[in-house]
Design a protein around this ligand. Structure first.
Ligand SMILES: *Cc1c(COP(=O)(O)O)cnc(C)c1O
Length: 222
């Protein structure tokens, strides 16, 4: 099936309140253009340099989401245009995003990445750490970022009930944190679900899914 067919197959089944982030990492600009022509405007990348290169040559009404782990020293390259940073898991990174956003006189939206998987390799904060961050004096000084929700990745497993428990943990964390809303914490987004598990994620309360291979085909790394 073509990229457009893959996309349509997914979008027709999505509830209205769910945003689809088309994960285009490793895929060429012509693949992104095919999805763009089918109406897709939100794309996710996990490497800053790759996202910048694509941003430079693609239509400027695309919303670029950074879904990967972010190195502090590279924030400056995307600060002028990035529309949402999913993987924020420490206050130092948030301070750097704030600093770079200020230079461009804008507010950058971010999600706190919560560790819900049992694997060691996944980044993220515990729900308690997220709460402390949101209540910290340092956070209350950051006027050029806005935390608009949470993001998580389930364990890479076939065990559906484990995945369901992990998604439910993220949704519960989101609901709990909601009561700490402030001027720069406006919780609206629960980013969870990928090609293999987005339907389950939506059942568990996701309103933003990040889907790559089901749209663009398998990725080839070299
Ligand atoms: C690659 C990636 C995805 C998409 O994965 P697929 O299984 O191809 O849909 C989603 N989220 C993150 C954080 C990713 O790195």
């Amino acid at each position: 099936m073509s990229i457009q067919e893959n996309l349509n197959k997914i979008t027709v089944t999505l509830p209205k309140h769910v945003t689809l982030v088309a994960v285009s990492k490793t895929k060429p600009v012509n693949a992104i253009m095919e999805a763009y022509k089918a109406g897709q405007r939100v794309f996710g990348e996990n490497k800053i340099q790759e996202m910048v290169d694509k941003y430079d040559v693609l239509p400027n009404d695309i919303q670029w989401h950074m879904i990967g782990h972010v190195q502090k020293n590279k924030v400056k390259y995307m600060a002028s245009f990035v529309s949402l940073i999913h993987g924020v898991d420490d206050i130092k990174l948030l301070e750097e995003i704030n600093k770079q956003a200020k230079k461009h006189d804008r507010i950058i939206n971010c999600l706190l990445q919560i560790k819900i998987a049992s694997e060691d390799t996944k980044f993220g904060m515990t729900p308690m750490e997220a709460k402390s961050l949101l209540l910290s004096p340092v956070f209350s000084e950051l006027k050029n970022i806005k935390v608009v929700g949470v993001m998580g990745m389930a364990t890479f497993t076939d065990n559906q009930s484990q995945i369901k428990n992990e998604f439910t943990l993220l949704k519960t964390t989101f609901d709990t944190l909601k009561s700490f809303e402030t001027f720069n914490f406006k919780p609206e987004i629960v980013s969870m679900g990928m090609s293999g598990d987005y339907e389950l994620a939506i059942e568990c309360g996701s309103n933003m899914i990040r889907v790559g291979s089901s749209i663009f085909g398998e990725r080839h790394y070299n």
